[in-house]
Write a protein that binds this ligand. Structure first.
Ligand SMILES: Cc1cc2nc3c(=O)[nH]c(=O)nc-3n(C[C@H](O)[C@H](O)[C@H](O)COP(=O)(O)OP(=O)(O)OC[C@H]3O[C@@H](n4cnc5c(N)ncnc54)[C@H](O)[C@@H]3O)c2cc1C
Ligand code: SF4
Ligand code: SF4
Ligand code: FES
Length: 772
């Protein structure tokens, strides 16, 4: 091949100028006016480069290019046109063009481009020129896309490092992770996946949410982290995961800690060039991101990136620290091409449109797949720890060695861990591998979508690589379920209120005004809020009672809001917090958060006969309702009260029960499972009382509170008496930590008990397979 030989294929007479310029610049120039002529020339002769016009008489320029690339794959080609479009530029690059040049162009631009292209030789295709590009854009605005050189990006990043904590993707022992960086050169922007998800910077492994001082006048101070931070190199699937967490933590009940971190963190995303082999982001619609970033980079080669501005903050740092310019048509096309090339590298896909997953799950709750796959689970929790969309947490109080100062910390927790769903009554509502494994898949494929309008899986593929048992991939689960189906035959919620609620986790100061021993392990506590306000609760709601330095427990309110400015809780001593509460004295300070939960359906009960049934300490929450309806006696019909205890010695509130029994229009019945010498009343489980009660099922609402085991038997008896499911109301116990729909501990299927419960109708519970 003659060195510096150029073939110009163009029917436009003006191309003679082009030939003259190149000759003047020392190139050996041959010309052709049609594609056929050019192909004949190429049959016999090699050229360093060809300048090929798109619009030729006869064969179209791109058709010619295709044939040239078959005949002489090494030959460089620059496609020229005076009718530019992103589509034709993309097609030209796809066909193997090294560049796409828009007419008219200057001799200098042409000479530089031709020389650079020849020099780049057989190297990877790059876009190298910016014909007609302005050196600085008129205005950097949100959603606009520019071109930034690596040099300028370096300047931008190094300035950010000086101004804020900078977290970027770093290569470490053959893997990648988000970590602090001190210099642009530490960044690895072409990576497959990071071991740690970037969301770990919003929900850290251990986060202090408040500090306290114990003593007679305890102090509580909320703690939020407002460190200015930037995350660099976040992939679009992880950006989509952050968007989901924004819905969770900045939608209803905005979480002050998450919000502070999020609002002080800039996100600089980067498009994927090399996907992780186990990723299925395209199937989840997350391999690109339209929002959730401040800036988004696409590496288009030739030491330059496309940079899309996603927010005002992004526009500001770009204007402050970077030199950018508007992209050429070719560069825009190159960005599209880079994304398409990355897309073509994904290997795993859903066998159905993702919109079908929720229905698939709805109809396959009992599919044998869940059991067979879950058996291999090691309960290690690795899948939830690496997942960018998992956000459940636990809360603990740590006290320092001086026993005065301490802090409340929250740490990630999750549904694949055995103790996650264990409650005080001794039950573990998701105690077997099958239900944990299935819950995780439903949470990701359905419950999150129902609640937040987004899937709980972005298809990053981290869990697949992490799981030693090789069972954690949601893609595999959904495809397997879909396959077994075959063998057998909403809407985005917008974040309306991102103002964090600083008091969300901050207990109100209260003090104990009375303590009464109720039973061997039960005490009744009366509290008064320090600010003198009423608590303002409904019967059936609960509060989180905080013992300083020990922790919080959800406890039902046992007094009626119709009584005075104090409120009561009855507590059985079963462990740390309840034990510490039992050790406190009158006058001791406690913290109170709440009231939380929905409470009993007072409106539904109005004007009706009531059948109120309590087993064991189920009487604690029910007492609040009993007091309430007795205080508003005229609003309700006949009241049947049924109580059951294990033994006479475990009866609580017996004196009050005697009073309730005497109230007008009340029928009172009590039983114990096992009697003793002192007991002269009914013996037998509580269900033995139900056939003895007179009630009209059309006019009666039944409220049942007790241990989980009681619910199935009691509801069976009530159904025998023709009570409608809507009129059977139950209160559920689940482990609760936050009380505000964030930590995930209380979840039954897709429902957060602390928000939608703890009181449910039997109709609602029948839709929740994990409920009773
Ligand atoms: C809505 C609701 C209302 C409740 N009302 C009352 C009440 O009126 N009176 C009463 O005595 N008890 C009530 N409980 C139970 C009470 O919350 C637990 O006994 C208490 O949290 C145990 O904490 P601990 O630190 O003393 O025990 P731990 O030593 O931590 O553990 C003892 C047992 O309690 C479970 N547990 C721990 N923390 C929680 C938690 N946050 N939520 C639920 N279970 C937990 C553990 O899994 C373990 O099985 C209620 C629970 C809920 C969810
Ligand atoms: S479930 Fe697995 S694939 Fe889906 S987002 Fe979480 S870690 Fe990634
Ligand atoms: S599914 Fe895998 S990673 Fe998750 S808990 Fe079970 S064994 Fe561990
Ligand atoms: S989500 Fe935290 S207790 Fe319900």
């Amino acid at each position: 091949m003659a060195e510096n030989s150029v073939l110009i294929v163009d029917s436009d007479p003006k191309s003679r100028d082009t030939a003259a310029w190149l000759k003047g610049a020392g190139f050996r120039v041959t010309t052709a006016t049609t594609g056929e002529e050019a192909l004949n020339l190429i049959d016999n002769q090699d050229f360093s480069i060809m300048l090929l016009d798109m619009r030729l008489p006869g064969k179209h320029g791109l058709g010619v290019l295709k044939e040239v690339k078959v005949k002489r794959p090494w030959m460089q080609a620059i496609v020229t046109t005076d009718h530019p479009s992103v589509e034709s530029a993309t097609e030209a690059l796809k066909q193997g063009a090294a560049d796409y040049l828009v007419k008219p162009f200057s001799p200098e631009e042409l000479e530089k481009l031709v020389k650079d292209t020849i020099k780049s030789g057989s190297k990877q295709k790059t876009v190298s020129v910016q014909i007609k590009a302005k050196t600085t854009p008129a205005k950097i605005t949100s959603q606009a896309t520019f071109v930034i050189s690596t040099e300028s990006l370096k300047n931008l990043v190094n300035n950010l490092i000086r101004e804020r904590e900078t977290i970027g993707v770093k290569a470490k022992q053959g893997k990648f992770s988000f970590d602090k960086i001190k210099n642009f050169d530490e960044l690895a922007l072409d990576y497959d996946v990071t071991v740690n998800p970037p969301t770990a910077f919003f929900i850290p492994a251990c986060e202090t949410i408040l500090r306290y001082k114990r003593g007679d006048n305890p102090e509580i101070t909320p703690v939020t982290d407002s460190t200015p931070r930037v995350l660099i190199g976040v992939h679009p699937d992880d950006i989509n995961a952050i968007n989901l967490l924004d819905e969770v933590f900045m939608g209803n009940n905005p979480d002050p800690n998450y919000t502070a971190r999020r609002q002080n963190t800039l996100i600089i995303g980067v498009d994927v060039l090399t996907p992780l082999t186990t990723s299925f982001a395209p199937s989840m619609g997350t391999y690109t991101a339209d929002s959730g970033f401040d800036l988004l980079l696409t590496d288009i080669g030739n030491s330059s990136y496309m940079i899309t501005v996603g927010s005002e903050a992004g526009a500001q740092i770009l204007a402050r620290y970077a030199q950018v310019r508007e992209p050429t048509v070719a560069e825009t096309a190159r960005q599209k091409q880079v994304r398409e090339e990355a897309l073509s590298k994904y290997r795993l896909f859903l066998d159905m449109p993702r919109e079908k997953i929720p229905h698939l799950l709805d109809t396959n709750y009992d599919n044998p797949y869940w059991k067979s796959r879950s058996e291999a689970c090691l309960n290690c929790g690795s899948c939830i720890m690496v997942c960018p969309t998992c956000f459940c947490f636990d809360v603990q109080d740590d006290v320092s060695l001086n026993m005065v100062d301490g802090e409340r910390v929250r740490k990630p927790d999750g549904c694949m861990l055995v103790d996650f769903s264990k409650v005080a009554a001794g039950a573990n509502f998701r105690g077997d591998k099958l239900s944990r494994f299935r819950h995780r898949m439903y949470h990701k494929g359905k419950y999150m979508l129902d609640r937040y309008g987004k899937f709980g899986c972005v298809g990053c593929g981290r869990c697949t690589v992490t799981c030693l048992a090789e069972i954690a991939s949601p893609l595999e689960a959904y495809n397997a379920i879909a396959a077994s189906e075959k063998a057998k035959d909403k809407a985005r919620r917008t974040i309306t209120n991102t103002r964090p609620q600083p008091e969300l986790y901050l207990p109100h100061m209260a003090s104990i005004t009375r303590i009464t021993q109720l039973g061997a392990r039960e005490k009744l506590f009366e509290f008064k809020l320090k600010d003198g306000h009423k608590l303002g609760h409904r019967p059936g709601q609960f509060v989180e009672v905080y013992v300083f330095g020990i922790g919080e427990s959800p406890i039902s309110l046992t007094s009626s809001p119709t009584r005075d400015h104090t409120f009561e809780v009855a507590v059985r001593n079963v462990g740390n917090v309840t034990g510490a509460l039992h050790n406190l004295e009158v006058g001791s300070p406690v913290g109170i958060r709440g009231p939380f939960g929905n409470g009993f359906p007072l409106e539904q009960m109005e004007g009706k006969d009531l059948l109120l049934i309590a087993g064991g300490i189920g009487v604690f929450p029910l007492r609040s309702l009993i007091e309430y309806v007795l205080d508003r006696r005229e609003s309700y019909g006949h009241i049947n009260l049924l109580f059951g205890s294990r033994s006479p010695s475990e009866r609580v509130f017996s004196e009050e029960m005697a009073q309730w029994a005497k109230a007008p229009d009340v029928t009172f019945m009590e039983t114990v499972d096992k009697g003793d010498d002192t007991w002269t009343g009914n013996v037998g489980v509580i269900t033995t009382l139900i056939p003895k009660v007179q009630f009209d099922p059309r006019k009666t609402v039944a409220v049942v509170v007790g241990p989980p085991i009681m619910y199935r038997f009691v509801t069976n008896e009530l159904k025998k008496r023709d009570l409608a499911d809507d009129n059977i109301i139950l209160s559920l116990e689940r482990k609760m930590k936050c009380g505000v729909g964030k930590c995930g501990n209380c979840q039954i299927n897709g429902v957060y008990v602390c928000q939608e419960g703890p009181v449910f109708s039997l109709t609602r519970l029948r839709t929740l397979r994990e409920a009773i």
